[in-house]
Design a protein around this ligand. Sequence first.
Ligand code: ADP
Length: 149
Amino acid sequence: YTGKSSTQLLSESINKIKVNEYKSIPVVVNENVSIYDAIVQMFLEDVGTLFVVDDNNLLAGVLSRKDCLRASIGKQDLNTVPVHIIMTRMPNITTCKNEDLLIEVAEKLIEKQIDALPIVRETAEGLEVIGRVTKSNITKAFVDLFKNE
Ligand code: ADP
């Protein structure tokens, strides 16, 4: 018997969960595709956030559902305006790494009021997108904790 309270045990388990264990496949789009095509891709891939990459496949920005809605109710031509015009761009992108704690990601999502983070790997040229972590991944971890998995 360890003498630890259930709260201590719970917080110890939470502090062991890494992003790596709960990530999803990233859905990326080239910065030069039209807003229209990005919206179609969002529907087809069933994601709320697209990660935008440049021609070298390095992270250039993030495109959310509401970024697309905002553009759609404006005067921009969705078929000709590229996504890099309306995305949130680097260096203002909140990212994380495979080995980060999931609880740290949860804190970032709340602090920045966003739904998803790209998981990145740093290279000499820039950031490679290797995964995605969203509120859904965190909800899954929450349920697993309850089930004691
Ligand atoms: P929605 O806009 O659909 O509610 P979010 O809450 O995730 O989705 O996005 C809010 C704003 O924050 C959007 O303008 C989006 O481009 C931006 N954003 C989303 N994720 C990130 C991120 N990881 N880093 C920086 N900005 C982001």
